[in-house]
Unconditional design. Structure first.
Length: 416
């Protein structure tokens, strides 16, 4: 059953695919309604707060918005909620499949903090819950009447969490968790605040009561927060593919500045949708922040050579104990380490691709599962087979992984 690693990788791919699809649906509808709300023509007569005519797909659409609710409950009402729920649920599933099941490889870094797998998972799950509780308490406090100050405090909370995650997890997991932390707040806004408030309004209409405008005001505040948090969440979810973002000394500052970039970019588009003069300063501010992140990513790591030495983790020890390890190590050092090095010497490469370093025994044994999938089972690595790895060598890499997995069945999923 050594191919369980392949099955698990396909499962991770399927969950990621679902997550991307649902995220497109949620973010797309969110962006659409923000643009619609800001672009409404409010110079109209009647009870509606505004209207807009749109053309799409060969048809015309006449849309009206009511500030609180229409006089009567319409027979057909479309609710926008499942996009949010499905995005969070699929994201949580991906977190469990990739980071919890593969905690030894993706979540825990002994050089950052010595954690047992259950401890890392508990911190991972608990931090998402605590984040929502703190944020919700801030919104329900008197600060809810001071939205600008509330946004500043939310930014401070995100900066603190950005730093905190890097003190516990791997760089890749830290930024991913910051994105999950933020996305949890956004989805919880929909589930616990926006939807219940809308149901209260609907129930009032059905009972013939005049809905209280405060429920719409509260929902609007949470929706605005979601609007400004969307772009940073996307960046953080993509960051695990770019080591210059997650595998640098100042990754937590980079993540913090991305939240400011999200504000400047969204402010630009929000103003444009309002048909007001677009503030050009937001473009300059975004460029400056992006350049700052580029510079931060290139600052040398402030650590001694001695601190770079790695100890073999419990899973890596078992892969290193395989009878095929010596042969596999020679192959990786000869075919892979010229790029996957702390100081790559392949022309044109300045940093190890994806932050994966394959120089020491600990490096190679710790990346056994990825080596197996990328260079043993598939031909993804080396790219275009630039180092001319032979079929026989790929067979050795497969035999190495399968031998260890056969001896230690618990390695089949975590695998490194």
């Amino acid at each position: 059953m050594y191919d369980l690693a392949i099955m698990w990788d396909w499962m991770a791919f399927a969950v990621r695919w679902l997550h991307v699809i649902t995220a497109i649906a949620w973010i797309g509808s969110s962006f659409y309604f923000i643009a619609l709300d800001l672009g409404l023509n409010r110079d109209i007569d009647g009870p509606a707060d505004g209207e807009e005519w749109q053309v799409h797909g060969g048809g015309f659409y006449h849309i009206q918005k009511y500030l609180v609710a229409p006089a009567e409950m319409p027979e057909h009402l479309t609710w926008f909620k499942w996009e949010s729920y499905a995005t969070w649920l699929s994201g949580f599933a991906m977190l469990a499949v990739v980071y919890w099941a593969g905690a030894e490889l993706f979540l825990i870094d002994p050089n950052v903090m010595e954690l047992a797998t259950w401890q890392a998972i508990a911190i991972s799950a608990g931090s998402l819950t605590i984040g929502w509780i703190v944020y919700d308490a801030l919104c329900k406090s008197p600060l809810g009447e001071r939205p600008t100050l509330l946004m500043l405090l939310l930014f401070v909370l995100l900066v603190v969490m950005s730093w905190g995650y890097t003190q516990v997890f791997t760089g890749r997991a830290a930024l991913l968790h910051l994105g999950a932390f933020t996305a949890t707040i956004m989805s919880a806004n929909v589930f616990f605040i926006i939807m219940p408030n809308q149901r209260i309004v609907v129930d009032d209409l059905k009972a013939g009561r005049v809905p209280d405008a405060k429920y719409g005001k509260i929902a609007k505040l949470r929706s605005t927060h979601n609007n400004y948090l969307t772009l940073p969440v996307i960046f953080l979810m993509l960051s695990n593919h770019y080591p210059l973002a997650f595998a640098t000394e100042y990754n937590w500052i980079i993540a913090s500045l991305v939240f400011l970039m999200g504000v400047t970019i969204r402010h630009y588009f929000n103003t444009m949708h309002m048909k007001n003069p677009v503030p050009r300063w937001t473009i300059g501010a975004t460029v400056v922040l992006f350049i700052c992140n580029m510079w931060l990513s290139s600052v040398p790591m402030m650590q001694d050579e001695e601190e770079e030495a790695q100890a073999l983790g419990p899973v890596a020890e078992r892969f290193a104990a395989s009878s095929h390890f010596a042969d596999a190590q020679d192959i990786v050092l000869g075919r892979c380490s010229m790029c996957h090095a702390r100081e790559p010497f392949w022309d044109g490469i300045r940093w190890a691709p994806k932050g994966v370093v394959l120089e020491t025994e600990a490096d190679i044994a710790g990346a056994a599962r990825e080596i197996y999938l990328q260079a043993g089972v598939s031909h993804a690595m080396p790219p275009s087979n630039l180092t001319y790895i032979e079929p026989e060598e790929r067979a050795v890499l497969r035999a190495w992984y399968r031998d260890a997995a056969a001896q230690f069945p618990g390695l089949r999923l975590a695998g490194g």
